[in-house]
Design a protein around this ligand. Structure first.
Ligand SMILES: Cc1cc2nc3c(=O)[nH]c(=O)nc-3n(C[C@H](O)[C@H](O)[C@H](O)COP(=O)(O)OP(=O)(O)OC[C@H]3O[C@@H](n4cnc5c(N)ncnc54)[C@H](O)[C@@H]3O)c2cc1C
Ligand code: SF4
Length: 526
């Protein structure tokens, strides 16, 4: 029975798809031709699948997770379910975006260039902002991004305005923004991927960032990209199935298919093109595990770069106190301060961004003796975080032993004075607006990138500029692991834009709408 497994197909025109109740059709898929296999249905995998299906390719998506469906059973239920309530194994179709905060930012133009930081250089990308700009426009439309350029002096040039107006602020947040502006601080809207307004499903609840939305109103990868891809009838999704290996031919130059494991059964599926979109860590691991006589160190690893150059954002927290009493539940993740992104008059290095977060019970993650104070502050203030770049280096990343287990070497704490300066700036802007502020000296690594980076030099990168593995003709990787650096804005929209661009490279066609070439021509000259 090794050749039989269940595969979700979605008939064309079916608009009310529910994978929990939809009949599943057992298929003899190994006998069937797929143009492409996509491993992982997270932000990158679903977006890539959408693009490939637009290009007319027949695609199989393989994900180790299942569809997540837990609709409200009573109007009194909380809309969001915190990611921790799903335990340690949080693999779902849609990947991490089932819980993400849906802040979908474009990188700034300079993030694509080499930038000198206090203690190192953030590397140049193999492509410019101008090359990705049309794909940013498409990704913003696909994910229904609500935003505005006002108040963000670092917003990169754009050939189209945001597809949707920014989200409204809760009254207490709006009052804070007025006070910030009155005290001379520029404030902008966080671009959010949410189905809001004009018949949209979002009710702007308080349980969004780090929660699963039970109204399916968050534009996560499954809702925004995979569902429309399935509508075309050329995409199958194989859930609860882990890809264990990429198969290659005798020449070692072509990937021929994948080896998959489902409930103890293992078999092979073949296709013309393969894309690994398994996310940071798993993608690198899959390349290493797919070693062969022609690729003894793993696929794409002839220069030893797989698993290396791990970076992301170093984040810290500040809490401007809004009230002496516990605040009501409200949606708070709507504004940001980006004025200091590139530095300050008295600081020559990039500082980063300050963003409001959702009402997250962060105090549940601190030690028992800190909990009462953390909760007292957290329930009376607005949780804001600031982020600076954790610069990737060859020494950072993942190491794999014969069992495939992982040793993780995090980026060392760099830019220490810069982060101190950013914390000071983040505290001062709220103090100037008349708020008492608690700043916490606790740093976390968020929005991690690297381990399968793309670049122009095969000696220092795994992929070429189109996200194809240097050493193979038809194997692609596109997800968070591809980004050579993280800038200091959330990385999601850039991952989605790169996935759309990779889709064009894989299908050899483009579905890009014509964009404003004058804007882009200006861009190339910058
Ligand atoms: C709480 C939280 C909030 C966040 N908020 C934001 C935000 O506001 N904005 C932002 O830009 N980013 C945010 N992020 C980060 C963002 O979600 C990730 O950067 C993004 O999802 C990464 O996309 P990806 O495609 O690389 O991987 P994922 O989305 O993680 O997808 C990887 C997929 O591959 C599957 N997979 C892995 N290995 C295998 C295998 N061997 N076989 C088959 N399937 C496999 C997984 O099941 C998963 O579905 C947040 C993350 C978290 C956790
Ligand atoms: S704010 Fe909107 S998208 Fe977010 S969880 Fe609530 S209803 Fe869903």
């Amino acid at each position: 029975m090794e050749d039989k497994y269940e595969c979700y197909s979605w008939a064309k025109g079916q608009t009310d798809f529910d994978p929990m109740t939809a009949p599943t059709e057992p298929q003899m898929t190994h006998q069937r031709e797929y143009d492409a296999i996509v491993i992982g249905s997270g932000l990158s995998g679903s977006t890539l699948t959408y693009r490939l299906s637009q290009g007319g390719l027949k695609v199989l998506v393989v994900d180790r997770g299942e569809f997540l469906r837990q609709p409200l059973s009573s109007p009194k239920d909380a809309i969001g379910l915190h990611m921790k309530s799903f335990g340690a194994n949080r693999s779902f179709v849609g990947g991490l975006t089932k819980f993400y905060g849906a802040a979908m930012y474009r990188f700034r133009e300079t993030d694509f260039q080499a930038i000198q930081h206090e203690t190192g250089e953030s590397p140049a990308w193999p492509i410019s902002y101008g090359e990705l700009e049309p794909y940013y426009c498409e990704a913003e439309r696909l994910f229904q991004v609500h935003g505005a350029s006002d108040g963000d002096p670092t917003e990169p040039i754009r050939s189209e305005s945001y597809p949707y107006a920014p989200l409204p602020h809760a009254p207490l947040v709006a009052r804070m923004i007025d006070r910030l502006r009155d005290s001379g601080t520029l404030v902008s809207a966080i671009p959010r991927a949410i189905n809001y307004g004009n018949g949209g499903k979002c009710v702007l609840c308080s349980t969004c960032d780090a929660y699963y939305c039970r109204l399916d109103a968050k534009m996560d990868a499954e809702i925004a990209a995979l569902r429309p891809a399935l509508e075309g009838g050329k995409v199958d999704v194989l859930t609860g199935t882990e890809c264990t290996r990429i198969l290659t031919d005798d020449s070692g130059l072509r990937a021929t298919g994948v080896r998959v494991l489902q409930e103890g059964r293992e078999w092979s599926i073949f296709a013309d093109k393969i894309a690994i979109c398994a996310g940071l860590g798993p993608s690198a691991r899959l390349l290493i595990r797919s070693s062969s006589p022609k690729h003894p160190r793993g696929l794409g690893n002839s220069a030893g770069c797989v698993g290396r150059y791990y970076g992301g954002h170093i984040t810290g927290m500040v809490f401007p106190l809004l009230s002496a009493r516990k605040l009501p539940a409200m949606h708070t993740k709507t504004f940001a301060i980006s004025t200091y992104y590139h530095g300050a008059s008295d600081w020559p290095y990039p500082l980063g961004m300050i963003q409001a977060a959702g009402q997250i019970p962060f105090w549940e993650a601190v030690s028992w003796w800190q909990k009462p104070a953390a909760r007292l502050i957290g329930e009376r203030s607005l949780y804001c975080f600031f982020m600076n770049e954790a610069i990737p280096a060859a020494e950072t990343g993942f190491e794999y032993d014969v069992l495939g287990q992982v040793v993780r070497v995090k980026p060392p704490l760099q830019n220490v004075r810069t982060i101190g300066k950013l914390r000071h700036v983040a505290t001062e802007v709220f103090k100037r607006a008349g708020y008492a502020v608690v700043a916490v000296d606790r740093r976390s690594l968020w929005h991690t990138v690297g381990t399968v980076r793309f670049g122009v030099n095969p000696e220092s990168s795994v992929l070429d500029a189109s996200c194809k593995v240097h050493d193979l003709d038809n194997l692609y990787v596109v997800d968070a692991s591809v980004l050579p650096s993280a800038g200091a804005v959330n990385t999601g929209l850039t991952i989605a834009a790169l996935a759309l661009r990779t889709g064009d490279a894989m299908s050899g066609s483009t579905c890009l709408k014509s964009c404003d070439s004058t804007v882009l021509a200006g861009q190339q000259e910058r």
